[in-house]
Design a protein around this ligand. Structure first.
Ligand code: HAM
Length: 418
């Protein structure tokens, strides 16, 4: 049936067009380069996972309670589109036997995540993360290492000034007593909190600390701070992480209200913001330690730490900063042939491809228009093919930067283009 409206993209998702890919590619390349320099290996996990695996991230977290794309497949299995990568990577670490290899397993992943969030600038329903995980070590040195990777990546893409916010949220040993203190502090204030916070007071009181609703702000300052109530082990780890960051020259700001949106965190949590934008803008990178996640998924208890960087946001920051990303030409060589020479043009293009990326322009338009278009794609060379030249298996090779043009035989092309 004919439609009255053309079919457009789904709300909250975006196309990355070729003109924008150069910046994306630079950001992705820096990500894998930085990860590899620290000895991290690439892992690819599925975009679909069992809903129950994803729920281990925390059933009261926004990513699961409000934003999860859930569906049933044709076999009646309850599945979800991954809202983040950590739960799947921890699963793959055990299923793939990485727990048997050298520890910690140092892994990185680049790929799309899905959250049914309210779309706005910097927040998309399909977005891309650079995810780093070090699984199998409780050492605070690894916490500092992943933070250094995050900073290294942001520096490498040209974001030199960042604010690193840091906190510790304790562990299963010390957090319950702290949460009781926090509840005791907030209970008399319950009526003055907004709806979600009233509910969270009993279910997930830590989240009261990172609530952004104005009416809840005045009570934060006097709230007990978890870093004053850590057990000895957590306090020692917390001191080590800070000492290691200082030794690495990584500046940070202590933020007692940083608790993170996902439930699996223990001890170190952190977020990187563009300089001066903490609290006003969304984080570029965020993560922390998650020593309880493996067990929550039903695997042997195993510590882990990592972070994820938002590629969409990092690309937006560097584009807004006017940083020029040199776009690779769509094709280095363009073959422009007279009408009726499609077979010959295709053959010449095939020969040129031995040396450089090449397209043949088959469009029925003037030579002038074709030259303009070759210039636009960033071609370094144009190969002009007339019927006479084609009959002699020759062509005109034009160097775009100098305008120099020479008659060359087809067989010489790879050598002349190299
Ligand atoms: P997250 O804070 O939920 O953590 O997300 C990490 C980063 O992904 C954010 O800092 C942000 O840059 C980006 N991001 C999140 N949601 C969106 C969105 N809707 N649109 C665009 N970008 C977004 C995690 O995902 C954890 N798995 C990080 C981690 C790894 N912790 C330990 N290991």
């Amino acid at each position: 049936m004919p439609r009255t409206e053309p079919i457009k993209a789904v709300r909250g998702v975006r196309d990355v067009l070729p003109r924008d890919r150069a910046a994306w590619r630079a950001v992705e390349r820096s990500a894998s380069h930085t990860a590899k320099r620290f000895g991290y290996q690439e892992i690819v996990t599925p975009i679909i996972e069992r809903e129950e695996l994803i729920e281990r991230v925390g059933s009261d977290t926004d990513a699961v309670a409000k934003e999860l794309y859930r569906f049933e497949d044709r076999g009646g299995r309850k599945l979800a589109l991954r809202p983040e990568a950590t739960a799947g990577i921890v699963r793959a670490y055990f299923e793939g036997g990485l727990n048997q290899g050298p520890q910690p397993a140092r892994l990185y992943l680049l790929g799309p995540m899905f959250r049914y969030d309210r779309p706005q600038k910097g927040r998309y329903r399909q977005f891309f993360q650079f995810d780093i995980e070090a699984i199998g070590s409780p050492s605070p040195a690894v916490d500092a290492e992943v933070i250094e990777i995050g900073q290294g990546w942001l520096r490498a893409v040209g974001i030199r000034e960042t604010d690193l916010q840091l906190n510790s949220i304790g562990d299963a040993k010390c957090r319950p007593a702290y949460l009781e203190r926090l509840r005791a502090y907030y209970r008399p204030l319950k009526d003055q909190l907004h709806g979600d916070c009233q509910r969270r007071l009993e279910t997930n009181p830590l989240r009261l600390l990172d609530c952004k609703v104005p009416q809840c702000q005045p009570f934060k300052e006097k709230a007990p701070r978890i870093t004053d109530h850590l057990c000895d082990e957590c306090a020692a780890a917390w001191a080590s992480v800070r000492r290691l960051l200082e030794a690495a020259g990584v500046g940070y700001v202590l933020n007692p209200y940083l608790v993170r949106g996902l439930d699996y965190y223990t001890r170190t949590v952190f977020e990187f913001y563009p300089a001066g934008a903490a609290g006003q803008q969304d984080a570029l990178c965020s993560g922390g330690r998650y020593d309880g996640l493996a067990e929550a998924e039903g695997w042997p208890s195993t510590p882990g730490v990592g972070f994820a960087g938002g590629i969409d946001r990092v690309v937006e920051v560097i584009v807004a900063g006017g940083q020029e990303v040199i776009a690779a030409p769509a094709a280095e060589v363009v073959v422009l042939a007279d009408a009726g020479l499609e077979v010959e043009a295709a053959e010449v293009a095939r020969i040129c491809r031995q040396a450089r990326s090449t397209v043949a322009d088959y469009e029925p338009r003037s030579l002038r228009a074709k030259m303009r278009s070759a210039d636009k794609v960033g071609a370094l060379f144009v190969v002009l093919l007339s019927a006479d030249d084609a009959a002699a298996r020759k062509c005109q090779l034009r160097h775009m930067a100098t305008g120099e043009q020479q008659s060359v035989s087809w067989t010489e092309l790879p050598e002349r283009l190299a």
